[in-house]
Design a protein around this ligand. Structure first.
Ligand SMILES: *[C@@H]1O[C@H](CO)[C@@H](O)[C@H](O)[C@H]1NC(C)=O
Ligand SMILES: *[C@@H]1O[C@H](CO)[C@@H](O)[C@H](O)[C@H]1NC(C)=O
Ligand SMILES: *[C@@H]1O[C@H](CO)[C@@H](O)[C@H](O)[C@H]1NC(C)=O
Ligand SMILES: *[C@@H]1O[C@H](CO)[C@@H](O)[C@H](O)[C@H]1NC(C)=O
Ligand SMILES: *[C@@H]1O[C@H](CO)[C@@H](O)[C@H](O)[C@H]1NC(C)=O
Ligand SMILES: *[C@@H]1O[C@H](CO)[C@@H](O)[C@H](O)[C@H]1NC(C)=O
Ligand SMILES: *[C@@H]1O[C@H](CO)[C@@H](O)[C@H](O)[C@H]1NC(C)=O
Length: 296
């Protein structure tokens, strides 16, 4: 793939140089997944940091056609109001201008009817408070798809059904977190519906998913016809394949922020701890990469 994409990469460089002059400040910032790691900080403390733009709460598990909240040690949804204490933190995050999304995981096995029912359940319990406060005692801004097992059936229907709840007054944000291979077995049909606002590709977890420019460009071209941003999904766990140390992160990835539809840096695992104090940045990359930093 690297070889076949090389001409494309070379052709795209002049475009990038032009687009970097005209790009808007739509993207930028850092996002984080929260809920599945013992090392997560308090959610409100995480959101009390101006570098963050997205908080993705993990997860609402789909067990077959049954959605079950599973936030590891964070809360126990089987007790009444067991997760309600998160509500004021979610509201705090939203008040900081951070978009809060609830991530779908687990092992779905959905018929088309199931997908409509699950969408309605999610709308009633997490996206609207029409029928009273939901399990989180707060509403989220949108739904993230991070499906890596189960059946790939009807996830496209689920995404469209959720999109159908979006109105100009109340936008429902949708994001997808595919693994790095194109097409993604679970999410490809859903991505092709074009309903996602954000796609954060996981460039870790497998030796073949180490971040390098041709995979990024392949995703960029693949998503080109949709109105979606493309984000760089990373791990901060040094034991995971594809981990990039802070010093290398900026030099190896600084070019991605030049893409007009670049979204954000999405931290799937661990805590984002990189900053610019080390002075390793190329002068040309520094300005762009300040978008990932709390200190500018
Ligand atoms: C946010 O940070 C400010 C300043 O450090 C602090 O006073 C405030 O208590 C923090 N709020 C939360 C919810 O952590
Ligand atoms: C739910 O949120 C409301 C305000 O939004 C608050 O008054 C109430 O105490 C919260 N419930 C729990 C169980 O935390
Ligand atoms: C619940 O709905 C009311 C009225 O639409 C709104 O003012 C309030 O912010 C909502 N609460 C949450 C937690 O979204
Ligand atoms: C499920 O995966 C198979 C094999 O890749 C593919 O042919 C099929 O289109 C996928 N179905 C959906 C609904 O994504
Ligand atoms: C979404 O709404 C469109 C337009 O009303 C409709 O054609 C489509 O069937 C709906 N899709 C789902 C999955 O509900
Ligand atoms: C594309 O997405 C942006 C940001 O979500 C939105 O403001 C805009 O209306 C969308 N454009 C179209 C054509 O859907
Ligand atoms: C980032 O900067 C803080 C102080 O500003 C420092 O304590 C920390 O070690 C730095 N992190 C890295 C990874 O360089």
């Amino acid at each position: 793939m690297a070889a076949s994409l090389r001409p494309l990469f070379l052709a795209i460089i002049p475009l990038l140089m032009i687009s970097s002059l005209i790009r808007s400040s739509e993207g930028e910032g850092v996002g984080f997944y929260w809920g599945q790691s013992l090392h997560d900080e308090n959610l409100a403390e995480m959101c009390n940091n101006s570098m963050y733009r997205y908080a993705v709460l993990a997860s609402l598990y789909l067990e077959g056609n049954r959605p079950v909240l599973n936030m590891d040690d964070k809360c126990n949804p089987s007790y009444p109001a067991g997760c309600a204490y998160l509500g004021h933190m979610i509201d705090f995050c939203k008040a900081q201008g951070i978009k809060v999304l609830l991530s779908l995981g687990g092992r779905p096995d959905l018929s088309s009817d199931d997908a409509h029912n699950v969408a309605e359940y999610i709308w009633n319990n997490f996206l609207s408070n029409n029928s009273g406060p939901g399990p989180l005692n707060a509403t989220v801004d949108g739904i993230d798809f991070r499906i890596q097992s189960g059946s790939n059936q009807s996830l496209d229907v689920l995404a469209q059904a959720l999109r159908n709840y979006s109105t100009p007054e109340r936008k429902v944000y949708l994001s997808a977190a595919p693994l790095c291979q194109i097409p993604d077995y679970y999410l490809d049909d859903a991505i092709k519906t074009g309903v996602f606002d954000h796609v954060w590709v996981q460039f870790f977890g497998d030796p073949s998913c180490k971040f390098y420019p041709p995979i990024w460009i392949a995703w960029y071209c693949y998503l080109d016809k949709y109105n979606t941003t493309l984000s760089l999904g990373i791990t901060r766990n040094p034991d995971t394949d594809g981990f990039i140390p802070c010093d290398d992160l900026f030099t190896r990835t600084f070019f991605v922020v030049q893409f007009p539809k670049f979204g954000t840096l999405m931290v799937f695992e661990g805590k984002y701890e990189c900053n610019f104090s080390s002075g390793v940045l190329l002068a040309s990359g520094k300005k762009s990469m300040n978008k990932f930093s709390a200190i500018d």
